[in-house]
Write a protein that binds this ligand. Sequence first.
Ligand code: ADP
Ligand code: ZN
Length: 757
Amino acid sequence: MPEDDASSPADICGCAAAARRESELDADRYVRVLLPLPLPAVLDYLAPQGTAVPEPGSFVRVPLGTRRLVGVVWDGAGGELQAERLKPVLEALPVPPLRPELRRFVERVSAYTMTPPGMVLRMTMSVPEALEPARARRLCTLASGAAAALCSGAPGHRLTPARRRVLEALRDGASLPAAELARLARCGPGVVRDLLACGIVEERLVPAELPHPLPPDWRLSGPVLSPDQTTAARRLVDNVAKGGFGVTVLDGVTGSGKTETYFAALAAALAAGKQVLVLLPEIALGAQWLQRFRARFGVLPAQWHSDIGAAERRDTWRAVAASRARVVVGARSALFLPFPELGLIIVDEEHDPSYKQEDGVIYQARDMAVLRAAIAQIPIVLVSATPSLETVVNVARGRYERVALPRRHAAAELPTVRLVDMRGERIEPGRFLAPPLVAELASTFAAGEQALLFLNRRGYAPLTLCRACGHRFQCPSCTAWLVEHRFTGRLLCHHCGHAEAVPPCCPECLAAGALVPCGPGVERLLEEVTARFPAARSALMVSDLLQGPRAAAELAEAMTARRYDVLIGTQIVAKGHHFPMLTLVGVVDADLGLTGGDLRAAERTYQLLHQVGGRAGRAEHKGRVLIQTWMPDQPVMKALAAADRDRFLEAEAAARRHAGLPPFGRLAALIVSAGEADSVDFAARALARAAPQLPGVAVLGPAPAPLAVLRGRHRRRFLVKAGREVHLQAVLRDWLARVRVHGSVRVQVDIDPYSFL
Ligand code: ADP
Ligand code: ZN
C-alpha cells in the first residue's frame, strides 16, 4: 500500500467497514516497546513498512523525543493511539529475543518492588554495548618465553611490583584490552606500554566474538562423597532430573561440604543440557570457590559482578544470551541475565544480608531468585549453615523441602564456643582484648596454629573527639561520626564517602595534640596485637584495604600457606574461607550488631558470629571460639554458646509472630527525603493525613529516619505493617496515588526492608 493512502483511510472513502479493516491492519503493525526508563507503561510504535513485525522479546531501536533508545518489544495488544500518531521502530537488533519467562519476571519484580517496569528491564540489559554488533578488538596476552626473559634480569626486564601484577593478570592465558589490563593490575597505562615495547606482553587483533571457551566438564568425577553428602546430593539431583519448580534448602553446618554436595546437582543440570546460575553474596570473596569449581569441572565458570571490566561484561552477557555460557557465578544482579536454557539456580549463603539491594530497584535477590525459578518452572537450592528465619518458616510451612548435613566433613569437629563476660574483665584504657582472649592467642601462637580476630568495624576508631573542647568530627552531609582511617590518614564517612585529612589540631578550639580516638576499629586492633605479640605476623582483611578480588585471594592464599599467624578483619573474613591451621576465632565486640532498631538484628548477629566461628578448626585440629560480650544473658549469646540454633530460631520466630513482623506479617518502609527539612516535613505530613485506615494495616510514623540526614538529604520514615492476607503493594499504591508531593521530594518504597538506617 502506498504511503499516503495509509494516513487516514476513513476520511478518504468514508466507509466504516474499510476503516475498521484498515485500523485492524494498523493494529497488526502496532509494536509495544518497553524502554529502560522510569516510565509508567510501555509505549506504542509502528513496525516499519514492508518488514515483519518484530516478535515479543526482540530488542529494537526506537525514537523518543530527540533520542534513539533501545528497548524490548513487549507482549499484548497496543492501540491506545491512532496509527498516524505513532513513530516507526527504527531497527531490530541482532540479539536473541528476551524470553517470555524473563519478561514475566520483569513484570513481577516491578509489581512486587513497586518500581517502574522499565527500571527492572534496565537490569536485564545492563550492558548496552552487548546489544550492538560486535567489533574486532586489540587484546594483550603474555608473550611466550616472557617469564624466562624477566627472570634473566636483563636491562629493561626488571620485575617491578606493578609489572608482576600485570603478569599475574595475564596468568592462565588470559587476554585483555590494554586499558582493562592496567585497571586490573592497578597500574598506569605506561607500565603495560613498556611491557608491550619490550615484547613481554603482546597485543593481537582478535575477531569480534571470542572463540567459545570450553564448557565445564560434568563428566569429571568429584571427590567421593560421605554417606550424608551422598543422601543429600541424591535428593538435589533427583529434583533436577524431575525438573519443574521446587525449593530445596541445603542446611548444613559449617565445613560439612555443602559446596561439593550442590556441585552434584550442578553437574546433573549440565548433563541435562541446562544452564546454571550460582549466586554468591560477595563474589569478590569467591576466589576459593572458583578454584574449587575449576578443580571439579576443569574450567572456570563465567563470572558476573561489579568488579569485572566492560569487555568481559559484554562477552558474558552475549555468551549467556546465546547459551554459550553454561554456568554463571555472580552477585545478585546476575539474576537478571538473559539465560535461554536456565535449568537450576543455587543461592549460596542464602541468609546473607548483601542479597538485599538497597538502592535503585530495591529488591531481595534470594526472594526474587525463587520467583524467577517459579516462573521458569525450574528447581532452586538455598544453601546455608544458618538459614534465614524466612526460609526456616517456609520449611515449617511445607513450602520448601529441607536437606540436612548435620556433621562436618571427615574428622573435623565443630568448635567449642565460650563467652567472655566483659563486665567482669579488667582491660587497660585504649585496649580491647580481654585477658582470656589474650591467653588463648598466646597459646595458639605457641602451638604454631593460626588465629582470626573479628571486629565488624573498618578504620582505626569510630569516633574522634577533642579532649580540650569536646568537639566531635561529624560528616557535613550525614547524621554520622567520621571514622578515622590511620593507614590513609583520613577521616571518612562510612555512609556517603565524605573524606577529609586528619587535621593537626582541633578545628574548633585549635588545641594541638588533643584529638583522641574513641573505641576500636580493625586498624587499632592490629596495633594492639602487634604491641602484645611483636613476633606474630598479622594481616588486616578489610574491604577498603584490599584492591579487588585478586588481592583478597592473595591474602587468603598467604594465610593458607601460613605466612601469617593472625588475620584481623571485618565481615569479609566471615564467609567461605577454609584455613586448615586456623584454630582460634576471637570475636572482639559481639554486641555491635545488636544496637539499632533492625528487626533482624539478633538473627543477623547469630548468623554472622556463627559463620565467623565456623572458620575455626575446619581440619584435624579442634577449634575454639571466644566471644567478648557485655550482654552474655541475651538469648542470641546464650544460643551461640550452647550451639543451639534451633531453640534460638524458635524464640526469634515466637517474638516476630507476636509482633506480627515478617515472615508472619508484611512490612514496608516509606522513606521520604528532600534537601530541605521543611519540604520533607510538609510532604511527610501530607502523607500522614492520607495514610490508609484499613483493618489489618498499621502505619507508624512519620519519624526521623535513624540517619536523619544522609548525603545532605533530610529523611523521614513511615513503617507500614500488615497482616499476611493484605495486598500491601495495592494499599501503598493507592495511598501514594492520593498524595501529591513537590518535585524536590523523593518517596522511596522498600518492601521487606532490611536496613533500618
Ligand atoms: P561448607 O561450605 O559446608 O562450609 P565446604 O564445602 O567448604 O563446607 O567443605 C569443607 C572442606 O571439606 C573443604 O575443604 C572441602 O573441599 C572438603 N570436603 C567436603 N566434602 C568433601 C569430600 N566429599 N571429599 C573431600 N573433601 C571434601
Ligand atoms: Zn556522610
